[in-house]
Design a protein around this ligand. Structure first.
Ligand code: FES
Length: 80
């Protein structure tokens, strides 16, 4: 089933950004645990596909941005 492009759980009125922030603050990454703890995706479940995509995109962008921000190493200058 294709995702619908939702940005929140309408049944529980929870924005996906809230779930991402909770995950970041607590370190919880298991999808079912996140849904259970934040309290969404439990009724009609229509938001779960889009939430999974959203969280994957968030994690990918964090990984990519952390790779970009690693400074280049300078070669060690020998004093000989
Ligand atoms: S929209 Fe999330 S459970 Fe219905």
């Amino acid at each position: 089933m294709a995702c619908q492009r939702m940005n929140k759980c309408h049944c529980h009125n929870v924005e996906f950004t809230t779930v991402a922030q909770y995950s970041k603050n607590t370190g919880v990454e298991d999808f079912d645990v996140l849904c259970d703890r934040v309290g969404l995706g439990q009724t009609c479940t229509a938001c779960r596909c889009d939430l999974a995509d959203y969280l994957n995109d968030q994690r990918r962008s964090v990984t990519e941005s952390s790779l970009v921000s690693i400074p280049a190493l300078k070669p060690i200058q020998s004093e000989a």
